[in-house]
Design a protein around this ligand. Structure first.
Ligand SMILES: Nc1nc2c(ncn2[C@@H]2O[C@H](COP(=O)(O)OP(=O)(O)OP(=O)(O)O)[C@@H](O)[C@H]2O)c(=O)[nH]1
Length: 324
């Protein structure tokens, strides 16, 4: 991998792949890097697992160098779309971009994204600089299904740098236990809050030697496929305002196997709220940049029929429920 990168240092566009399980802090890292780009011109590609791409709204600034890949996962069904989007990013922006950030969906194995970057037609023009995997320190990893634990292990094993994020939410002992459980011996890793990773960890100085990142050997094979993960998504759209009292009760009651929730909600008074739940914690903030009139909610969780029946029933009190 390092040898491949050394050959590619003259290629025009440096690429960082940002991976990590649902809600680990990938968008937070992308936003942090956009804010600490130090004059570097960054392109961003985001990929949400759900049918609605909420990440598009959550990445700071609406930019014409933001490409959204939705309704699938870059590690499987969207590989063709990923490669053509990278090509079009290179074509359209090649001379005006210094670096491309590819944010994978939370259920992607970054190895598959890296494979796309090795396609001959991309190799000469894009240079993979690093794979950064975020791990959610607040998530009960032991409580995940074996397939999802396998996915997280694969994300970690394929990283050049592992970012143990959300260390503000847990104590030192828990962090040490998590590191012991998920990291391979000698893995390059850092701890962060709000994914505040120094930019030097991500962007290689243009004139430097090839990056000395360590490519760990995967202890798992074959690569995780989305089909084996046993996950389901449910998305919901509504043209008008949403009753926050009803929605808040629903979100409060949501069972643990619904692993991730994201939404953008228009309120009666015209304000727009972004809402998220990851590792059981709900956060919300006012959003200034949502051009669409509608409210959108996406839920991702284990494929247990009773869970989705429960959610559908609750969502029926809010109109226009649509299952994927
Ligand atoms: N307390 C705390 N919250 C964090 C931290 N980093 C991120 N968050 C919150 O965690 C939630 C998920 O963060 P995102 O950056 O959207 O996670 P993601 O990996 O992009 O999520 P998906 O794309 O859905 O997989 C958001 O509500 C963030 O504000 C952190 O270090 N501490």
């Amino acid at each position: 991998m390092v040898e491949q990168r050394a050959q590619d240092m003259t290629a025009e566009l440096g690429v960082t792949v940002v991976a990590g399980f649902l809600g680990a802090g990938k968008t937070t890292l992308v936003n942090h890097l956009l804010q600490h780009a130090d004059g570097r011109r960054l392109g961003v590609m985001v990929n949400d697992f759900g049918a609605l791409n909420i990440d598009e709204a959550l990445v700071d600034e609406r930019r014409d160098d933001l490409i959204t890949l939705s309704n699938g996962c870059v590690c499987c069904s969207l590989q063709g779309e990923l490669s053509s989007s990278i090509e079009s990013m290179i074509r359209r922006r090649g001379e005006q971009l210094d670096h491309l950030l590819i944010e994978c969906s939370g259920v992607s194995d970054p190895e598959r994204v890296v494979n796309v970057l090795h396609y001959p037609r991309l190799r000469a023009r894009a240079r993979l600089d690093n794979v950064i995997t975020l791990v959610d320190a607040a998530l009960d990893h032991a409580g995940l299904s074996p397939a999802l634990r396998h996915l997280v292990a694969s994300q970690v094993d394929n990283a050049d740098l592992v970012v143990i994020n959300k260390v503000d939410l847990v104590d030192e002992q828990d962090i040490a236990r998590l590191e012991q459980a998920v990291l391979l011996p000698g893995s390059r890793h850092v701890r962060t809050t709000q994914a505040a990773l120094p930019a030097d960890f991500v962007f290689w100085p243009v004139s430097s030697e090839a990056p000395k990142c360590r490519r760990v050997r995967s202890r798992l094979s074959p690569a995780t496929s989305i089909e084996t993960l046993g996950l389901k998504t449910l998305s919901w759209k509504h043209e008008g305002a949403v009753d926050m009292t009803e929605l808040s009760t629903l979100l409060h009651d949501m069972p643990k196997p619904i692993l991730r929730f994201k939404g953008v909600v228009r309120l009666d008074d015209g304000r727009v709220l972004a809402l998220q739940r990851a590792a059981g914690r709900l956060t919300s903030w006012e959003l200034g940049n949502w051009p669409k009139g509608e409210s959108q909610l996406v839920f991702i969780g284990e494929d247990t029929p009773s869970l989705w029946e429960w959610l559908s029933l609750r969502l029926e009190r809010l109109p226009d429920c649509q299952q994927d």
